[in-house]
Design a protein around this ligand. Structure first.
Ligand code: CP
Length: 328
């Protein structure tokens, strides 16, 4: 099936009901059709979010709990806003003031919250696989807000939504993902999504910031940013995740910016209409030039944030509908 937006009719409500998954734990395992269902529905929520009255009652009576074991600005806020705009009751659990601090385990915390009958649990955790483990212990839908270096599915979906709206398609585009690939769950989710949707994916990073098994990913790999972004439609920059680094991965920040930081001069090697993305939080002057990040003609960073709310609304909508995928 073609993955382009123009070549396919928008999903019908009947098709939306066929979303077969109980949880959203990763992009790996989603089909192009399922990704398109989410993006098509998200398009309608973009329109809702631009109205003076942004609220609907799609999730009225439902309860959504945000459980974040790692810091977040964009993901946690947009999960909260998405739930509230759909009329759900939203609880933000503060891990730092919870009984986790008294030694309660992740699983006991999950079982405790589960006993309160939530409909959706949005979880971010520092360990890869922790969110899946938790999903096996609860009766509600679980949305992965990022687990270790594994996946960040809603980020990849909002990135796809941003690309599709600006370029009119995903299939056939060449997308360079640049920077700290090794520690990036965003890179992993995007690799799965973009490949599934028919884009050509390139990874651009110094060898120290690439996973050991990168040859098996089926994507092109570059150690030079000018070669890596040559002819690209989209240049996706990633943050240096110094908090996950044990030891030295780059000689110095100054040198890293010199060789791998995206500037207008380096962007000139991409297509003339190439667009720049960054999932945030960004380190200005480390992986991206500050002026370029704010250039509204080239940078999609603010649009990505807007799409984040709409995409998360679509995910909650689909996961709470009565379908075979979310029966307890
Ligand atoms: N992109 C992203 O996950 O940002 P936050 O860490 O602020 O949620």
């Amino acid at each position: 099936m073609s993955a382009t937006r123009k070549s396919k009719k928008k999903s019908t409500p009947e098709a939306v009901y066929r979303f077969p998954h109980r949880h959203l734990l990763g992009i790996e395992g989603l089909s192009a059709e399922e990704i398109e269902l989410i993006l098509d529905l998200a398009d309608s929520y973009v329109e809702q979010n631009r109205q003076p009255n942004k609220k609907s009652d799609v999730l009225r009576g439902r309860t959504l709990i945000n459980l974040f074991f790692e810091d977040s600005t964009r993901t946690r806020t947009s999960f909260e806003l998405a739930g509230k705009r759909l009329g759900a009751d939203v609880i933000n659990m503060s891990v730092s003031t919870s009984s986790i601090k008294k030694g309660e385990t992740l699983m006991d915390t999950a079982m405790t919250l589960n006993a309160m009958h939530p409909d959706v649990l949005c979880v971010r955790h520092g360990d890869s696989g922790a969110v899946k483990l938790l999903s096996e212990k609860v009766n509600c839908a679980v949305v992965n807000g990022g687990d270790g270096t594994h996946e960040h599915p809603t980020q990849a979906l909002l990135d796809a939504q941003t690309i599709r709206r600006r370029k009119g398609k995903i299939a056939g585009l060449t997308v360079a993902i640049c920077g700290d690939i090794l520690h990036s769950r965003v890179a992993r989710s995007n690799m799965h999504l973009l490949s599934t949707m028919g884009a050509r994916v390139r990874l651009v990073a110094p060898p120290t910031l690439l996973p050991a098994a990168v040859d098996r990913y089926g994507v092109e790999v570059f150690n030079n940013i000018k070669d890596g972004i040559a002819g690209c439609d989209i240049v996706m920059m990633l943050r240096l995740q110094q908090e996950r680094m044990k030891g030295m991965f780059v000689p110095s920040i100054r040198e890293y910016f010199h060789f791998f930081g995206l500037t207008a001069e380096k962007l000139a090697f991409a297509k003339p209409d190439a667009l720049v993305m960054h999932p945030g939080p960004m380190n200005r002057g480390v992986e991206i030039d500050s002026e370029l990040a704010d250039d509204i003609d080239r940078s999609l960073i603010r649009e990505q944030v807007e799409m984040g709310v709409a995409v998360r609304m679509a995910c909650f909508d689909l996961l709470t509908r009565d379908n075979p995928g979310n029966e307890p």
